[in-house]
Design a binder for this molecule. Structure first.
Ligand SMILES: C[S@@+](CC[C@H](N)C(=O)[O-])C[C@H]1O[C@@H](n2cnc3c(N)ncnc32)[C@H](O)[C@@H]1O
Length: 440
């Protein structure tokens, strides 16, 4: 990182930044521009800008992010430098320009003293400029009935200020799920194929359950059954009432415990923000019910912290409580991903929502691709990691015990259950069990 013209006055840095933006737009290296730290609450919290083509002409497309909604505006190229200088001349204190060759940061303090800093490029791939190919917003007007029922929209159909983060979170979650659905081969399946069945464990008020149903039933227009599982009967009654009111065929909420509720074989199991080891219970249920896709976003992590050793050379850092807490989260979720790998899943750990909304923003997505419990290297990794960290018990240890039995003794999915419903003992469905396409 180098600092160009530090501590120079505001107009020069703003002008320099605007010039660099115009140059990047002209020479094809522009990736994106973000303005942040507005000087007043009346201004948008952020402006995100990207290059698009409208009827063949390049435009800078701006998204003005307000607390309740986003607004869009397009600028033609000759307008850009002037507009940018105006914004940096008093409206926004920070700006980031990403290009394929360098990232440029404009930073000004409260007294208007500004500097320009450059970094290595954070990205080097250009993004598509095709405006028409822009992904449609998942929470479109057809979602208004349930968003209103869940009090995310007000009577006039506007996102309530207090629910703006939740609205964004649902949209982002559904974008992630639609990518994962593609990965699972569900988007290519003929629409008349058998109904997919998803369960949302610990679904609470049902924000994400309604969202899941909306994505597949209304947007994808394919047969789907979505079951929300929740321990609180009051929430189950409210969500079932809303599902009935909007005519949500295939969406139901049941009262039960994640660990024991009876469910049929599943295509996907979701558990977002289920406390402590409830996330592990959900993972176990997903594996035993043969889910092709398991998505969890853990909440609190209490199980491992008292067990964590302080192996050298980490001990000096782990004497800080906060670092120990972070390590416990890291270890819990890292081991969860390893257990899923051992169960035959390809896993990915990603950020679910921006860290500015909640520190509990990690998501583990797992797509089943291999036979469960045969990869000895995957098992060894779990054991070595537990030994290194001093972990004696992890809520997913049952997966190691279960597979210690000869595979011929493992039960088939519906054995020992009523009406094909399984209720909470490890009961593994094999890959390619006919519910979802075999791994490619
Ligand atoms: C933090 S909320 C998350 C709700 C929802 N998943 C979301 O992300 O918006 C957790 C919910 O899980 C429910 N819950 C916790 N443990 C549970 C269990 N063992 N079985 C069923 N529901 C549970 C709670 O009652 C609560 O409504």
């Amino acid at each position: 990182m180098s600092i160009i013209s530090p501590n120079v006055t505001h107009p020069e840095s703003a002008e320099n930044f605007a010039r660099k933006t115009s140059a990047a737009l002209a020479d094809g290296t522009f990736i994106r521009l973000v303005l942040s730290r507005p000087v007043s609450k009346e201004l948008p919290q952020k402006i995100m800008a990207r290059l698009i083509r409208l009827r063949g002409t390049p435009h800078l497309s701006l998204t003005l992010r307000n607390s309740t909604q986003d607004m869009a505006k397009n600028l033609v190229m000759p307008q850009v430098a002037g507009w940018l200088k105006e914004q940096l001349g008093g409206a926004f204190r920070s700006a980031l320009l990403c290009t394929t060759t360098r990232d440029w940061q404009f930073i000004s303090n409260e007294s208007g003293v500004a500097r320009l800093v450059d970094h290595k490029p954070s990205e080097t791939q250009l993004v598509s400029q095709d405006h028409d190919k822009k992904a449609a917003c998942i929470l479109d007007s057809s979602a208004a009935d349930w968003l209103h029922g869940l009090e995310i929209l007000d009577r006039d159909g506007r996102v309530r200020a207090s629910m703006a983060d939740k609205h964004r979170q649902i949209n982002h979650y559904l974008e992630i799920v639609s990518h994962l659905a593609k990965d699972c081969g569900w988007l290519e399946m003929p629409k008349e194929a058998a109904s997919l069945h998803f369960a949302d464990m610990g679904c609470g008020k049902g924000y994400l359950t309604f969202g899941l149903w909306h994505l597949f039933a209304r947007l994808q227009k394919r047969p789907v059954r979505v079951t929300g599982v929740e321990s609180r009967p009051d929430l189950v009654n409210t969500t079932n009432r809303l599902a009935k009111q909007i005519g949500a065929n295939g969406l139901e909420f049941v009262q039960g415990d994640i660990a024991s509720v009876k469910l049929p074989p599943l295509d996907a199991l979701i558990a977002l923000h289920a406390c402590n080891t409830a996330t592990d219970e959900a993972i176990k249920r997903g594996i035993e019910l043969g889910a092709k896709l398991i998505v969890v976003a853990p909440c609190c992590h209490k199980e491992l912290r008292p067990q964590l050793g302080k192996p050298e050379p980490l001990a000096a850092v782990l004497r800080h409580g906060l670092m120990e807490e972070r390590m416990a989260e890291w270890a819990t979720d890292g081991l969860r991903a390893l257990f899923l790998e051992w169960a035959g899943y390809r896993t990915k750990i990603m950020e679910f929502v921006g860290g500015e909304h909640t520190p509990k923003n990690l998501m583990i997505a797992a797509v089943r691709e291999r036979e469960a419990f045969v990869d000895v290297a995957a098992r060894k990794q779990i054991e070595e990691m537990k030994t290194f960290l001093g972990v004696e018990r992890h809520a997913l240890d049952a997966l190691l015990t279960e597979c210690a039995r000869p595979r011929t003794q493992q039960r088939e999915p519906s054995e020992g259950t009523q009406n094909g419903l399984a209720g909470g003992s490890l009961n593994i469905a094999a890959p390619g069990d006919g519910r979802t396409p075999n791994p490619k």
